[in-house]
Ligand binder design. Structure first.
Ligand code: SF4
Length: 205
């Protein structure tokens, strides 16, 4: 049986396959102000333990696994409603990632929880730390399929160990691995475009 795919790798892969390979194949990791802030928030969410308020139990740093789908990871927060049904809550410190990367990661958590709790989970939440707002994410059939497609993509990446070509597009200025990746060869710069001046280390709120 194959090793389970880390839930975080799904998010990296959907955002950019090259980022996923840099982190999960080449073990490159760079911290910028956004990821540092995210680490602090995740540390808090990952401090473990549980509490109960208004009949809803909040579990922190809950290990997740799905044997059926070959996934494993840790949920920032899982809220268990009074009827015993769990809802994953993923904490995000920076901008919403393009291409449903955050949504795929959250839905993958739900697939694990459905197997662990033996229930259907129709939605979960992404909590944006900067704005202190959370938004609901519906786990549609399309999103569930996107999770499985990303899992297969990550598995193939880990098997081949081939570094995909750079995206070299609007994802790159948002990327914590920009410097390590060097996505823009000088010959690729559009006239008058300076990618370094467009780097955005501050969260969008
Ligand atoms: S800098 Fe761009 S190409 Fe490189 S890993 Fe990040 S998003 Fe992907």
């Amino acid at each position: 049986m194959d090793d389970p795919i880390p839930l975080s790798a799904l998010q990296h892969f959907v955002f950019c396959p090259r980022q996923c390979a840099l982190i999960h194949v080449e073990q490159v990791w760079a911290e910028n102000s956004q990821t540092a802030r995210g680490s602090q928030q995740h540390e808090r969410a990952h401090s473990g333990g549980s509490e109960e308020r208004g009949g809803t139990r909040t579990l922190r740093a809950l290990p997740l696994v799905s044997r059926r789908h070959g996934l494993a990871g840790v949920a920032d927060v899982v809220e268990v409603l009074p009827d015993g049904s769990p809802r994953p809550v993923e904490y995000k410190s920076g901008r919403a990632k393009p291409r449903l990367a955050d949504e795929v990661q959250l839905c993958a958590q739900a697939l694990c929880l459905e197997e662990m709790f033996g229930v259907d989970i129709p939605e979960g939440f992404i909590y944006h730390v900067a704005s202190r707002k959370r938004r609901e994410v519906s786990f549609t059939p399309e999103l569930r399929q996107a999770v499985l497609d990303a899992r297969d993509g990550v598995r193939e990446l880990l098997r081949s160990r081939v570094l995909p070509p750079p995206a070299a597009d609007d994802r790159c200025p948002l990327c914590s691995l920009f410097d390590e990746c060097e996505p823009f060869a000088p010959r690729d710069f559009p006239a008058g475009y300076d990618p370094f001046s467009t780097r955005l280390d501050e969260p969008r709120g």
